[in-house]
Design a protein around this ligand. Sequence first.
Ligand code: PEP
Ligand code: MN
Length: 349
Amino acid sequence: MIVVLKDSATAENVQRVKDYIINKGAQVHESEGIEKKIIGIIGNKREMDKTALSAFPGVEQVISILEPYKLSSRKFHPKNTIIDVKGVLIGGTEPVHMAGPCSVESEAQIFEIAAEVAAKGGHILRGGVFKPRSSPYSFQGMGVEGAKWLYEAGKAHDLPVVSEVMEINDIETLYDYVDIFQVGARNMQHFKLLKALGKTDKPVLLKRGMSATLNEFLMSAEYILSEGNEKVILCERGIRTFVQHTRNTFDVNIVPALKNLSHLPILVDPSHATGKTELVSPITLAGLAAGADGFIIEVHPRPYEAFSDGDQSLDFDQYSQLLSDLNILREGILTLRKQKLEKVELECI
Ligand code: PEP
Ligand code: MN
């Protein structure tokens, strides 16, 4: 439920409404709407008396919310969330550009790629060190040593870094080396991991599970948000369908759908969404045209030598080609983004 307050509501009026909600065993979430101040109610729906709440002085309207997600909902939080990662704004006018290898393989490899990403105007360096592989016999990642190389490579080129955590212990292990924690598709519903990430102060890049509905995706975001971490970045990385011509199916629909329903930024990952190098550029463009706040792609100087995901990694020439394709659409995308951002209020965290 949401309580919309009158412009004339006094601090005392607001406090009485909040006390009533808390006494009923529910939680209060206060937010400034575009025009109105609102109080979101979380939990204990059965106990809440809509008629009684409507009668409180200062209350304009009480609205029932049918969606199960609350803190990630635009109804609860009308302002767009912009996440500031060391000066890189995720959700602002400029679409964010994240690139790097699937896996950090060696110090030399990640330094070579970091230099390229920086030279190409990338904003954030990616690189997995704990890898969620389908086979236990496949390369499992370089672990904490790889995280140190990733951190140093990012530092050398002034690029914040993102890397995946697969279990709760990884949070502490990677804390000093990464700027954004990534939750992979396979762990989107690892609820204990999500709760633990909710207690940290670093942004979380939450990838959509391969068969997750929009509601399930936002409920996973809710696990992080409800523990107090507001810095959640959503990421569409393709879903499992019957098609066999691509590794996954890029669900472009979810980008504008999420933008309508949620205030959180959303990125696209065309590398995992397609599994094919030649499809990465067109799908990046499609994602941005649909309103994504940026993209995360896999880049490797010699994809044929990559320890993981070589088939979907761009070499440096293909990476240049993607950026020049993107440049053709750049003005149009920026104009669209500016128009959309003008219609909402923004909150940079
Ligand atoms: C990755 O980013 O390398 C990765 C494993 O992604 P996903 O969880 O989307 O498969
Ligand atoms: Mn990968």
